[in-house]
Design a protein around this ligand. Structure first.
Ligand code: AMP
Length: 524
């Protein structure tokens, strides 16, 4: 994978968008259907074909168990996490536990890691871009929610690899948005990027001046997005239907899929009109024949009431990000809204409440992240000069020490790339190895944080407790990916690992998946 064009990809929970820099300005590449974004949906058809994007979305109602959406929510998650259990209940396809406990997708076609499903989307994007450009595409900048942890970033890189793309850089979505927005604005300014997509919420505070884009702080919630708003409305209508007809639709995947689509459409409509209606004839068959789900006069106010808890969850990450940046809301010059959900008037009102100002309206929230990713490609190839991007790590990093406490080496919101060292002494006599356990998170106690990985530095000289020192070095690269080295200072013996997350795919699994290519085999 050497020469070839580099593309910028916004690999969204709900939609993907791809852009490339042409003649100095970023251009969105249309999907095969001529749309500027592509639904992040993959399906397996009866003839064994993989369907991607609009084609997959269109047949979702008739093929609900083999139509997979929202897979970005699964990346880096364990099957037994409560969030995965509730996701499993609310989608028509099945989740399962991989051998290492990761949440995977299960259909009658097989079991798939979220990386493989994401790779199907990326492969389609690569193909479409190649058709458009008339030359090979070999590499990409892919954006991820700023709040993605190390494992989720590595998984995204692995998805790229499976799709035959060298992922040159992982950029945080809000950072990309600011880059896409601010590139031709040379005024010094502080920008808050409020990014509410289909599955995740991020808020980032940035300063831009003289071509330097510096992230000051970032915060978010990787499990709060548009799907939750759809589900809030769905739950209301499911309860209403059950009360009216004593019939629970929750075990009927086809009905659930139809209702989900209808709720999402209604939610979107309520962003521009005060009322709408939902009408799903023949939603199921009851003891006395076909039943219909109907709700006339669905009001925007009702949706906002149903979603009030979700809207309230937007407060804390914004205040935390401002605090971490050492700023008050007054000191923010511009608020950029990113992500489709930011079109909801209730969300915009919330943003105004928090930041005390109206958000910038001259941005297309669906495209700005991909535009920023393409801009980053141009910075990396040298096509665009005098622009520097300084991003931060969203989580603190440390190692486990006595009493299950976390000794922090790198604090959250430190500019990356970065590296820090700390000395640790042995704690028992004649100890001949040390185990380094690496965690990411803000709690003093490691059990409340995320385990990134562990490794052992063995054969160290046996001495009295405290006489042997081990120097631990953490390195976070510009993609936010972590490596750790431990060195025994007396003999200089060292061990180092690129942290492979406690989940994720092995190199062999990635190779196997890349070799598989699009599936065209017949399925039973
Ligand atoms: P993204 O991941 O940024 O593509 O965001 C997709 C989410 O935005 C989905 O949950 C969509 O339902 C939601 N969305 C898109 N357009 C609108 C709209 N006009 N009003 C409310 N939500 C919207």
């Amino acid at each position: 994978m050497g020469s070839g064009v580099m593309i910028g990809i916004d690999l969204g929970t709900t939609n993907c968008c791809v852009a490339v820099l042409q003649g100095g300005s970023p251009t969105i590449i249309n999907s095969r259907q001529g749309q500027r974004t592509m639904p992040s949906v993959v399906a397996f058809a009866d003839n064994g074909d993989e369907l991607v994007g609009v084609t997959a979305q269109r047949q979702a109602v008739t093929n609900p168990n083999r139509t997979i959406y929202g897979v970005k929510r699964l990346i880096g998650r364990k099957f037994k996490e409560p969030s995965m259990q509730s996701w499993n209940k609310s989608v028509a396809y099945d989740l399962c536990a991989a051998a290492n406990g990761d949440a995977w997708v299960k259909t009658r076609d097989g079991e798939f890691s979220p990386q493989e499903i994401s790779a199907i989307l990326l492969r389609e994007i690569k193909d479409v871009a190649e058709d458009y450009l008339g030359e090979p595409v070999s590499s990409a900048v892919i954006t991820v929610p700023a709040y993605f942890n190390d494992g989720q970033r590595q998984a995204t890189k692995d998805a790229g690899k499976i799709a035959g793309l060298e992922v040159k850089h992982i950029v945080n979505e809000p950072t990309a948005a600011a880059l896409g927005y601010g590139i031709d604005k040379d005024r010094e300014q502080t920008i808050a990027i409020f990014d509410l997509g289909g599955g995740t919420f991020d808020v980032t505070i940035m300063r831009s001046a003289d071509g330097v884009f510096e992230v000051l702080a970032t915060h978010g919630d990787t499990f709060l997005g548009g799907d939750d708003f759809d589900h809030a409305l769905m739950e209301y209508l499911l309860d209403e239907f059950e009360n009216d007809f004593q019939h629970d639709l929750r075990d009927d995947p086809v009905a659930l899929q139809r209702l989900k689509d209808a709720c999402e459409t209604a939610k979107k409509e309520l962003s521009s009109t005060p009322t709408t209606s939902i009408n799903l004839p023949f939603i199921c068959t009851g003891p006395s024949g076909p039943m219909h789900l109907r709700h006339d006069m669905l009001e925007r106010e009702l949706l906002e009431d149903l979603c009030s808890e979700l809207l309230d969850r937007l407060d804390e990450p914004c205040h935390q990000a401002l605090d971490d940046a050492g700023l008050t809301a007054d000191e923010v010059d511009q608020v950029l809204l990113v992500g489709g959900m930011s079109r909801m008037p209730g969300v915009q009102l919330k943003v105004e409440e928090i930041f005390g100002k109206i958000s910038s309206r001259d941005v297309n929230p669906d495209e700005i992240v991909a535009i920023g990713a393409a801009t980053q490609c141009a910075i990396m190839t040298g096509e665009l000069q005098d622009v520097i991007l300084l991003d931060v790590t969203p989580h603190s990093l440390g190692v486990r020490v006595k009493g299950g406490r976390m000794s922090r080496l790198i604090a959250k919101n430190t500019t990356v790339p970065t590296s820090e060292k700390k000395l640790f002494a042995t704690t028992s006599d004649d100890q001949d190895f040390v185990e380094i356990t690496v965690y990411q998170g803000e709690s003093e106690m490691v059990d409340d944080n995320t385990l990134l990985g562990r490794f052992i530095l063995g054969d160290i000289p046996k001495r009295k407790a405290g006489e042997i020192n081990v120097e631990v070095t953490f390195l976070i690269d510009a993609d936010g990916v972590v490596s750790v080295t431990a060195k025994e200072t007396l003999t200089g013996k060292q061990a180092s690992v690129k942290i492979s997350p406690s989940g994720g795919l092995t190199a062999t699994q990635i190779d196997e998946a890349s070799g598989r290519g699009p599936r065209r085999a017949a399925v039973g």
